[in-house]
Every structure is written in structure tokens, then in C-alpha cells.
Design a protein around this ligand. Sequence first.
Ligand code: SF4
Length: 716
Amino acid sequence: MSDLRETKATCCYCGVGCGVIVQSDGEKITGVRGDPDHPSNFGRLCTKGSTLHLTASPVLQQQARALYPEMRVSRDAPRERVSWDGTLDFIAKKFADTIREHGPDSVGFYISGQLLTEDYYVFNKLSKGLAGTNNIDTNSRLCMSSAVAGYKQTLGADAPPACYEDFDHAEVIFIVGSNTAYAHPIIYRRIEEARKNNRVLKMIVADPRRTDTARDADLYLPILPGTDVALFNGMLHICLWEGWIDDDYIRAHTEGFDELKRTVREYTPEFVAETCGIGKDDLLKAARWFGESKASLSLYCQGLNQSSSGTAKNAALINLHLATHQIGKPGAGPFSLTGQPNAMGGREVGGLANLLSAHRDMANAEHRAEIARLWGVDDVPAKPGKTAVEMFEAVRAGEIKVLWIACTNPAQSLPDQRLVREALEKAELVIVQEAYKTTATVDYADVLLPATTWGEKEGTVTNSERRITRFKPVLPKPAETRHDWEIVIDFARRLEALMGRDKTLFPYTNPEEIWNEHRESTRGRDLDITGLSYRILEEQGPQQWPFPEGASEGKKRLYEDGVFPTANGKAKFVNTVYRPVAEPVDARYPFRLTTGRQRDQWHGMSRTGTVAQLFSHASEPAVMMSKIDMDRRMIAAGDLVHVTSKRGSQILPVAASDDIRAGQAFIGMHWGEEYVSGRGSDGKGTFGVNALTLPAFCPSSKQPELKHAAVKILKA
Ligand code: SF4
């Protein structure tokens, strides 16, 4: 007799964090529907979320899942099925020997914004508390680190100040560097509804491509790639000139405005219109709408973050909000949208190479001492670890010898794939902890550790509006898979024994115990969640942080009192200066290539690529070009072309697009080696759009410039 039941969970794709109700019969997932009680989506789901059950079919699971530990004895031998105990003993010994011989920084961990907060917490503790290295970074570096740095530099803490409810209170929604309609569809549905209910509400969209989001805008600014800082400084210049800034607020709650004022004096409407490639009247209109409205809300994502000026772009936009007092009130504020389902949770536990738990700074000796006390270790290393691109450079250079990759696919998602693949070949040992055996990175695994995935795990995630959801497993663990946190502690206890440590730092028997330690680490911090037990999350449903002990609810909106989490309580203006993209176009590489999300697909498609109906919008990769460029080069739609950068080349069909200006091109980020063929500039095969992208990154956030590369396009 089948055991039909429904279990609450969240969608495992984007940072909107929609609640889902998963239907199962005890052995398999049979359906999903939106959770009407979840305050992030109120029952709605997009195409990706509503087809989640199809990705969990038993046949697909059997074909695509990593179900047993595997190991290979040499690089030219195939991996073979091995036991958990033998595998963990082997890698623990390799870690211990490598650390003893070459020091703690000779090992590294590259993890994922798709891990749960509890998984993230133990990985971070393993690296910084036990192995003694800050070489732990995550694919969130490719996604959110510029937003983190932007918030910290201006507002004092990595905390998005607004919430989804603010869509209903805004008079202006300024969307920049985000195709929200495709990347965060349920947020977009909420914006559409807010526009329907509020005729005053205007939407401004700034984006190099006329996306579906841009098509709906009341005002569309087709800025040239990478010119966002000039745009925001120009809008501030106009607001200053027209008297739309709030002097009282600036005086009472901020510092550093005079220096910024001198800088933005240079950003005249003429200069900005020309730099950004937009009309002067449109620029003036955007500044007026933003500055005069009672509540302006900015939504932004990878167009700002994935840039060699990512932090400056974030800070320049926040400057504009501070100067006009568009923050800390209903319907107003800078609001970064999170790409991954739990990039926020990773930021909260400090799971990046330059952060410590609960928004503490690695550079701060007192913060390091607090974490060392909490963990029961002598100290936490002070030297910042290698960030994503730096980590793979260090592996290629032989500095990092053992690399552990969990729940992410760098052999597709990192820029400059030639670098990544050379690094993976050079490493002495590559450990891949994965639910799927089909990713490009698994091909490089010397050791494959099979992990559980969506529907099988228990723990918490935090979405874009700081809302934490707890969920329980729907199905038992398949075959010999283990939970990510279990793998970490099973390994850590072995490493502790080899390092001569008799009392374990990892005494946990379930995710709740890890969660409780994480909660305690936040006591007194801006994100204090000491009041948020598993029981409260179960009884009261998803909650926003902060939620300190004794609180009855979380905080919808931050900084309503004008007090910021800085030493003197004041927000800081950052003196932002516009700098062009890292790789400008030239005569040999005349096209500005931008990359991005396509409708219905998620990241490297290891999950969405298993659902046939999700290919109905785009069935194959293509390079999108303007008709003007196609006519000039006598290229017809469907013709094959070589798209070539200084790092590699790939062959793709051309799609004509009215959404792209002459001189620009666009390729979806999702398509990996099974869809696209190409070569690196050294003649070796490298695949997907990241054969073309460059490893340049923002000096503050270290987030790479995945959004822009100079390319040439020639008929094949
Ligand atoms: Fe999932 Fe994001 Fe779609 Fe919500 S909007 S259903 S979280 S992919």
C-alpha cells in the first residue's frame, strides 16, 4: 500500500526561495506545487520550480546520480567503486600528509551556494578551524561577492535592507543588471501585480540588452556594458543639481559625502549620456523619477556584480539611495537579488575566503578570537584565503596541491576554462563531492563522494530577503549517498585523529546541533538569530533575520531608525569612480560579448537539462547578434560562426535579435560541453561560453568579470 504524503520544502534553484509542497509516495517524488503559506511566493512557482518533481524521477536518478564512492589509482585509470571508510581514510591521510609537508595553505575547498547553511557551517569550520587554512571559497564568489563588499563598504554589514513586500510600497522600481523576468520569475510576478495595483508605480530598467524585463519598462536605458558607475554618478549629479537630495538625512546619518560630491561634479549629463550610450533626456528623466519619488527601490543582480568594477557599481547605487534618503522606509532601498538558493546562508556563516562566521571580518583580531573561542581552537588564521579564480590559479601554480570541490561545477562555470582545466590536471588530488556524476568537473575527480540532494536533505536556507526556511527530507538517502554535513564530519574526525586532536570539534549527530552552534555565533551581531530555533521555524514558518532571543518576529526592513552597523552608526559614502571594462574591444576583437541566463534553465543544467519541456524556449545554444552586424558580415540566422576571444573559440549558430545593439553579442551561460564544441587558444578543447570569458576580477570583491569579453565573430 503506497504511503502518500506532502512535505514542505523550498525550490532548490534561485534565491527567490519559493516554498514548495512536495508530494511523494514514500519511494519517489510524484509532484510539486507552490506552498500557499510561504511568504516569499504565496503558492506561485515558475516553470523550473513546477517541474522539480520531473528531475527526481527514478530513471533519471539511476542514470545521472552519483550513488557510490569512487576512486582511481592513477589519472589514466578509470574510477572504481570503493568503500566509504577506505576512501575517507585515504583522503584524510592525504590531507594530513600534505599539510604536514607543505603547510595548511597547500589544501583548498571550493564549495557552493547550493549547500544548506548547516553544510556550509561545517565546511567553514573544517577549513578555518581544523585544517588551519582560509582557502575556502565558493561559487557565490561568482554571484554575490560584489554585493557583499558594496553593502559592507557603505552600510557597514552584508545585509540587504529591503524585502519583497516593498514592491507594494514603491513608487519607482529601478532594475539594473538583472533580467528579473527570467532570472527571478516569481519576484517579477509580484512586481507585475504591484504595477497593476498601483498606477503611480514606474519601472526603469537599465541593461545593455533589451530583455523581456526591459521591454516592460516605463523607461528603458540601454547602457553600454560596464558603464553603470557612470550612470549612477550621473543620476546623483542631477539629483544634487536639482535639489532632490536629502541634506538633513546626509548630515545626520552618513559621512563622506563632500568627497563624493566633488567627484560626481564631473559626471555631467552630457558626459554620462555619451559614456553610457543613452539619451540625455532619458538620463534626466530617470534621475527625476528616482529622486522625486516618495519611495525608490533598486533591484540588481549579476550585471552589477559580475564585473571588474563590481563593488564600485554596488556602492555607487547605494550612494544614490543614501543621498536621496531612499532607504530605511517602506518601498525604498538598494536590494540585491541573490542568484543561488543559499548564497545568503553561506555569507551568514562566513563561508568565503575573506569572511568569518556571522558577518565577522577576518582582518579583525577580536573577531578571529571570538570565533576561535566559539569553536574551541587556539586561533583562526589571519591570512585571507584564495578566492575562486585565485584558488584555481594557485592550484595550477602547484601552491594548492589538494582540492576539494563540493556541489558545484567549476569546469563549466568559472571564467577562462583553459586555466581551470589546467589546474584540475595539475592538482595532486581532486575530490569532488556531488549528487550528479554527469558534470564536467566529475571527469577530473580522483575521488567522487556521492552526496544527497534536493528532496533528501534536512536543514535551512536563506533567500534574497533574509528569510530563513527550514525543511525536512521527503525521501530516504539513495544507495550509498551521504548528506554533505555528514561527509564533512566523517572526514574531519579522521583528520583530527591524524593531527593528534583527542576532543572533536565536530560532535554533531544531526543538522539541528550544527544550526544551534551557528545561531550562537550570531549572538549580538547584526544578523542575530539566537531566537530562531528549528522549533520556531517549524511552528511559525519561514522568518527573516535578525531574530534575536526573545523576539516574536524578524525584521522586514533594516535601518528604519537611520542607525547603521558601523563604528559610529553612520553609513559611509564611497567615492566611486567609473572605470571601463577590463577587456575593451579593439580592431581584432570588435564585439562586446555579454553572457546571462535564459528562460527556464538553471546554471549548468545538470538538473534542468533533464526536463524536456524546459527546452521549449531555447532548444540549443546560439550567439545572438543584431541584424545590422549580420547584414554587414553577410551572416544569416542559423549560420555557424566562430566566436573567438583571446582565450578560446567556439562554434555556434547565429540568432538574430532586435534586443542587442550593433557591436554587441550575447550567449547564454548554461550550455556546457555536451551542447557546444570549442577550443582554447592553446588548441586544447575547452567548452561552453567560459572558454571565452576572462579571469579579471574586481579588486575589492574578487568577483570575476563574467559579463563582458571582447570577441571576434567570423563565419565558419
Ligand atoms: Fe524556484 Fe526561483 Fe522559480 Fe521560485 S522563482 S520557483 S525559487 S526557480
